[in-house]
Design a protein around this ligand. Sequence first.
Ligand code: 5GP
Ligand code: ZN
Length: 112
Amino acid sequence: MTDCLFCKIAAGDIPAEKLYEDDEVLAFKDIAPQAPVHFLVIPKKHIVDPSDVSQEDEKLIGKLIRIGSQIAAENGVSDGFRIIFNNGAKAGQAVFHIHMHILGGKDRPWPM
Ligand code: 5GP
Ligand code: ZN
């Protein structure tokens, strides 16, 4: 999608501090971290939010969890991290390209 911030980051048109990338998935540091470790994992495919996940995307969304957990371990927080997907503006979703937050490095991270 042309007017989507995370599609632009996935395409390399907007810079981000990348932690992992392959042809389907990108992980990058959150620009406004809410915990010592806070990064986002996205599919490169434009999916709006968890409610927009179709049956054909199930494997891809599972991959976000596998890759995210791997990066959490690489960043020293395998002993405790929180995974959050916001769905809809009412829940605090601000970017309408599905993204998985991973927060760690402090107790019960997620003050938002
Ligand atoms: P949401 O509130 O939609 O679940 O989370 C969006 C997240 O994206 C926020 O935590 C916000 O800090 C992050 N974010 C917004 N714009 C950018 C950006 O341009 N670059 C990066 N790396 N993160 C961003
Ligand atoms: Zn997008």
